[in-house]
Design a protein around this ligand. Structure first.
Ligand SMILES: NC(=O)c1ccc[n+]([C@@H]2O[C@H](COP(=O)([O-])OP(=O)(O)OC[C@H]3O[C@@H](n4cnc5c(N)ncnc54)[C@H](OP(=O)(O)O)[C@@H]3O)[C@@H](O)[C@H]2O)c1
Length: 278
């Protein structure tokens, strides 16, 4: 799959265009350093920022959008509803609170962070209302496995635009059922922790393949995600790495190397595992 440099986007089922690489902001503090990182990312070509209420850094994302001088409509901002904000009324309030912290009139994508049992149906109805009210341009879910998605597709009026889940070669086959369901339902998978939180960047098998293309193992993993049809949201607080991580549009991983990467699965979950969530 080739991504022309001017058109590095996925078209979502909402009609919105989502840049295929975004900057992840988990564990980035709500301070000037994160503001600077986001500002630098925007100045270096990023147009997609991934935050969440629970990351407690929405304020500095909003500030960086102002200082970067990039027009609002050119930046795709995702935030997420935290677990304690499920339920119709709570979810509406939570979205408004996120918008206030971001200093924005709307977010491009609002996600349910985790499929909290018993409440997620009412919460999805709230997201549909927020979409109708223009508070978000697209709505989606995160950490939804196949059984959560099937349930949601059974009652939703608006299907989710994306499903943000942990995705890298080391968990790829384990997530096959969820990925297939997303693909069949027109839901774009967004790869979180696409760099395995750094754990596997020194894997000699990755190094061998990356060196063929003159790329780093981080760039190889991001490119692998894109060629699978996933968006990727690598996190870095280091400017040189932020730039490195979006420099993935000038090479293509061969079919053989994709196969080799696809075979690395070891059910590696670096964060929380939604597979057992009811
Ligand atoms: N929805 C969810 O439940 C969920 C869960 C987890 C993550 N996410 C989202 O996905 C984003 C990314 O996932 P993640 O933060 O878990 O992990 P990640 O992006 O897989 O890895 C981040 C780690 O890799 C390092 N790194 C980044 N670029 C590098 C490079 N070019 N070379 C070497 N090391 C590099 C970073 O260190 P430095 O910062 O020091 O560069 C950091 O330690 C999050 O920030 C968040 O936005 C969502």
């Amino acid at each position: 799959m080739k991504f022309p440099s001017t058109l590095n986007v996925f078209r979502l089922n909402s009609g919105a265009a989502m840049p295929v690489v975004g900057l992840g902001l988990y564990q980035m503090p709500n301070n000037h350093l994160t503001q600077k990182a986001v500002d630098n990312a925007l100045k270096n070509g990023y147009r997609h920022i991934d935050t969440a209420a629970i990351y407690h850094n929405e304020e500095v994302v909003g500030k960086a959008m102002v200082t970067s001088l990039i027009p609002r409509e050119q930046v795709f901002v995702t935030t997420k509803l935290w677990n304690s904000d499920h339920g119709y009324d709570h979810a509406i309030k939570a979205c408004h609170a996120s918008l206030a912290r971001l200093g924005l009139d709307y977010v491009d994508l609002y996600l349910i962070h985790w499929p909290v049992q018993g409440k997620r149906k009412d919460t999805w109805r709230a997201l549909e209302t927020l979409l109708e009210d223009g508070k978000c341009k697209s709505i989606g879910v995160s950490n939804y496995m196949a059984h959560h998605l099937e349930e949601l597709l059974g009652y939703c009026k608006v299907p989710p635009a994306v499903n943000q889940i942990e995705l890298h070669p080391y968990i790829f086959s384990t997530r096959a059922e969820t990925i297939d369901l997303c693909r069949n339902a027109g839901i774009i998978p967004v790869a979180y922790s696409p760099l395995t939180k750094g754990v596997k960047l020194g894997d000699p098998r990755l190094q061998k393949i990356a060196s063929k293309y003159g790329k780093s193992t981080a760039q190889l993993l991001i490119r692998w995600a894109l060629q699978q049809g996933f968006a990727a949201i690598p996190k870095s607080s280091v400017i040189s790495r932020i730039i490195e991580n979006i420099n993935v549009f000038d090479f293509e991983i061969s079919a053989n190397d994709m196969e080799e990467l696809n075979s690395l699965d070891e059910n590696l979950v670096t964060g929380w595992d939604p597979a057992g969530a009811l």
